[in-house]
Design a protein around this ligand. Structure first.
Ligand SMILES: [Mg+2]
Length: 199
């Protein structure tokens, strides 16, 4: 299958891991460590949920101030841009922190992305809705989309949508569990991504 578009996760994929300190955020929210944050918030009564969402949003905005482009991210994006391969971002975060963080990327602006889908616009990963929506916005089928991310939910949403999945390990252990769909490719750094999209 020819790859006609690349869809990136944002935090920990296009940015260096760690700016969003998930264990610390979960502690601040009272979210059990083994539960994903958005799904935990869904189980909270409305008043409490609104308060916790505010805390999460503040943490996301703070992370956007300190995050840095991931190793090889600017190069990878520039190569794809030069080859005119449509690029997108799909995140469980919000648009504002993404916009702010992208200002720190050299040679790339928010306008270089053909589609940016956040939790304000779509059901969050691992739901496949965001992947399907980005493919539609690019005018391609999900099968022609390569989805790149550093977390299980990136791979799961990609495979549920029928897209190809790339797990970015950033040099760490694989985060997949035995019951998860397996990624089509595993790479340790973004420099290795353009080679997966042959010209
Ligand atoms: Mg991530």
């Amino acid at each position: 299958m020819v790859i006609k578009g690349v869809l990136f996760d944002f935090d920990g994929t296009l940015t260096r891991p760690g700016a969003l300190d998930f264990p610390a955020i979960k502690k601040a929210l009272g979210c059990p460590l083994d539960q994903p944050i958005l799904e935990f918030l869904d189980t909270q009564p409305p008043d409490l949920r609104a308060r916790l969402e505010k805390i999460l949003e503040e943490e996301e905005d703070r992370a956007a101030e300190i995050c840095r482009p991931n190793r090889g991210a600017e190069k990878c994006l520039s190569v794809l841009k030069e080859r005119q391969i449509p690029m997108g971002i799909l995140t469980r975060s919000r648009l504002n922190p993404i916009r702010k963080a992208l200002e720190r990327f050299k040679g790339i602006t928010i306008d270089d992305f053909d589609a940016i889908v956040t939790r304000e616009m779509s059901l969050p990963k691992p739901h496949p809705e965001g992947v399907i929506r980005v493919a539609a916005e690019m005018g391609i089928s999900p099968e022609e989309l390569l989805v790149v991310g550093d977390f299980r939910f990136d791979v799961i949403s990609a495979k549920r949508a029928g897209a190809m999945a790339v797990l970015l390990t950033n040099g760490g252990e694989s985060v997949m569990t035995p019951d998860d769909p397996q990624p089509d490719y595993t790479i340790t750094r973004l420099e290795d991504l353009p080679a997966l999209c042959p010209e």
